[in-house]
Design a protein around this ligand. Structure first.
Ligand code: NAP
Length: 285
């Protein structure tokens, strides 16, 4: 039997999951999405062939969308999750799995607002799901059985690697893979911009930067290959000196200790000190 999958909120992250899901073979007819604005709903319906409803136009859009749903993905900003759970609680089937993608919203917070016994799964996906290269961490809530967790796996399986982790590790995952694509993208853009400045075509520059970043992750090459050639060592030292490793640590610390968040500072540091003195400002889109 075809499952009904509902996305409540379909912005950057929701659309990345949706794109991966459809590319992996899910029929658009089995998917309903809701967003706030009608122009965004039209855009999603046109681009993906799914049913898309604007909650600004239809007061019961979210509640009606979840009626008869097997899987419901909460894709709004963290601040809107509790209100959304309250809005849909009465209309969810008891066996429908609610999957949140929101950073820093706990399973307990969602379970407290939904009906007793509602299965909930907390996830931390990332935007490379769009191109089938995502990574997603899942944590099952109190009422989620192995079958419910499997349903959550199926949402992401076709477009990335899916890991099961304890919930208390979700904030660290958010700091590394949830928001990490922005940094990898920044580095690739900076490399491509430098290549263009030194005479390569934009197309070639983009391919060089993209493939270098994609192929250089730990596990993609033998460890000794990560050592730069002799003539690259000066540049390597330059990138290492300001402490990219320290930055990554501070990102995790910021996420895991909410009262001491330093996202803004960490981002300013990585853009201002780590890459920009070495590469020119990125200008390639
Ligand atoms: N972006 C990432 O890389 C990333 C990574 C991991 C996790 N996440 C998580 O993903 C969630 C969404 O982030 P995002 O970056 O995708 O944000 P976003 O682009 O702003 O998307 C939010 C979506 O929610 C819709 N929305 C807001 N209120 C709604 C309501 N009451 N009913 C229906 N739709 C509603 C918005 O509609 P309109 O478009 O019409 O305004 C928009 O489509 C967050 O909780 C975040 O923690 C994001």
């Amino acid at each position: 039997m075809t499952k009904k999958i509902v996305f409540l909120g379909c912005g950057s992250m929701g659309e990345a999951i949706l794109t991966g899901l459809l590319a992996a073979g899910t029929a658009p007819q089995s998917v309903v999405v809701t967003v706030r604005r009608s122009e965004r709903a039209e855009e999603l319906a046109l681009r993906h062939g799914v049913t898309a409803i604007a909650s600004n136009e239809e007061e019961r859009a979210n509640a009606d969308a979840v009626t008869g749903a097997d899987v419901v993905i909460l894709g709004v900003k963290p601040v809107g999750i509790a209100a959304l759970c309250r809005e849909i609680a009465a209309d969810l089937a008891p066996n429908a799995v609610v999957i949140s993608v929101a950073a820093a919203v706990s399973l307990a917070q969602m379970e407290a607002v939904l009906k007793p016994g509602q299965p909930v799964v907390r996830s931390m996906p990332n935007t490379p799901l769009t191109v089938g290269r995502g990574v997603v961490a899942l944590s099952a809530g109190t009422n989620a059985t192995a079958e419910h967790l499997e349903a959550a796996h199926q949402v992401f399986d076709g477009s990335g690697i899916v890991l099961d982790i304890p919930e208390d590790q979700q904030d660290a995952v958010s700091a590394i893979s949830g928001s990490g694509p922005a940094y990898a993208f920044y580095l690739a853009e900076a490399m491509a911009a430098a290549a263009v400045e030194f005479g390569l075509s934009a197309d070639i520059a983009r391919i060089l930067a993209r493939e270098t970043v994609a192929g250089s992750a730990p596990g993609h090459a033998a460890p000794r290959r990560h050592q730069p050639e002799r003539h690259h060592r000066a540049g390597h030292r330059h990138v290492r000196r300001p402490g990219v490793a320290g930055h990554c640590r501070r990102r995790c610390e910021g996420r895991c200790r909410p009262r001491r968040r330093d996202h803004g500072r960490a981002r300013r540091e990585i853009t201002r000190y780590h890459f920009w003195p070495y590469f020119p400002e990125p200008g390639i889109t």
